[in-house]
Every structure is written in C-alpha cells, then in structure tokens.
Unconditional design. Structure first.
Length: 228
C-alpha cells in the first residue's frame, strides 16, 4: 500500500503540473497536515521533478536542473509557484510561533517477529474508539518504516514496554523550531494493588512550563481513574 505522504505528493504534483495556483494554507487544510509537512512535500517534489532552473544548480530549493528521461518538466511559471510555496513555508516557520487548529499523532510500532520499528502517522479522531480503529488499519497497511516527515503539528508517542523506567530522555538538536512534544510510557507493574505505568513527557521549555505538564498529568490520571 502507498503511504499517505506519497499519495499526497502525487496529487500536489498533478495540481502543480496542471497550472493550479497553490497556497500553503490551502494545502494544509486540504490534507489536514502542518506547514512542515507541506514544506517537506515541496522539497521532495523538487528533487523528483526536473525544472527549467531559475537560480542555477538545484534552483536554490532542491530543484533539479535539466530534463530527465520520461519525466515531466516544470515550466518557468510552475517553478515560480513551487518556489513561492517553499519560501512561504520557510519564512513563516522561522519568524513566528504557530498555533495549530488540529494536532495529529505519530507513534512507533514494532511488527511481530521483527526488531525493526516503523513510524506510524495517524490523524486525531473525535473518540478513542475511532482513533484505535484507524490506527490499527494504518498499522496493517503500512509497509514502509517511514512515510512522511514529522513536523511540529503532531504528538510523538513511543512505548518502552520492556523496562519500568524512572527517567527517560531523547536526543535533542537544540533547534528553536523543534517544539514537538515527545511522550513515552514503559512497562507497567503492580504496587500496593495498584497498576503503575511509567510515563514521560519531553517538551520545548519556550512553549511549555511545569504547570502545563502538571495539568496534563492530572487530566491523564482522572481519565485512567474513570477508565473501565
């Protein structure tokens, strides 16, 4: 099965080659993804489609010079449209924080009989039942280890069910735009007839303070207390 990002990029290519004027906001709304995902889409499209280069080698935006065999070639007008979206993505990412109307999820999944994990991207749903059903279907259908770049419009989840950890941390690039929350849980255990589950949250301190983590912990505990 083809990944969501692959199908999305093919659709964007077709719209671009048909001469349709594209905007970042339109594409984000159409595909329910964040700005970084659209930015990466245009980088990949630029790598795949030869163009009549406007700015020399690679066109300045990962855009290839020359004409490949049996490939479409972008016209000057189409190239300008592609560049406009790419520049808009980069400029808005650098200059200001973004409040997303919707946050989706990305989690690691280990297939049975394998030690290779895959990263599964699933749109947030209205209920946990709908989410679990959709996630299970995507897990079954997805064959690739990675299907799309991870932007800032997601929660990253990872399970570590072999160890009941007391602390866990992730490598961090230190880039100011790396604001994706990373959530982990470990191996549950029984203590005083209660089920205990190690739980970790790593966030960007420029956006999140301890009080917000406290609110998350309280809400999660309340949900688990009522869970049947």
């Amino acid at each position: 099965m083809l990944g969501h990002a692959f199908r999305r990029r093919r659709e964007i290519e077709r719209m671009l080659l048909s001469g349709k004027k594209l905007t970042v906001s339109e594409l984000m709304g159409r595909y329910c993804v964040g700005r970084k995902s659209i930015s990466r889409d245009f980088e990949v499209i630029g790598e795949e489609l030869p163009v009549i280069s406007k700015q020399g080698y690679n066109g300045g935006y990962f855009l290839m010079d020359g004409v490949g065999k049996n490939q479409n070639t972008l016209s000057q007008e189409q190239l300008e449209c592609l560049e406009k979206v790419a520049v808009s993505c980069a400029a808005e990412d650098r200059e200001k924080p973004v409040i997303y109307d919707k946050i989706n999820t990305s989690f690691t999944y280990l297939d049975n009989g394998s030690e290779l994990f895959k990263v599964v991207n699933v749109e947030m749903q209205d209920t946990i039942e709908e989410y679990v059903s959709l996630a299970a279907r995507i897990v079954r259908e997805q064959k690739e280890c990675f299907t799309a770049p991870m932007g800032n419009d997601i929660y990253q989840f990872s399970s570590f069910p072999w160890v009941s950890f007391t602390h866990i941390s992730h490598t961090e690039s230190g880039k100011k735009d790396n604001a994706t929350p990373m959530i982990d849980w470990g191996k549950y255990f029984i203590r005083d007839e209660k089920v205990m589950l190690p739980f970790s949250v790593q966030v960007h301190h420029s956006f999140v303070d301890g009080v917000h983590i406290g609110k998350l912990a309280n809400l999660l505990q309340s949900y688990l207390d009522e869970f049947e």
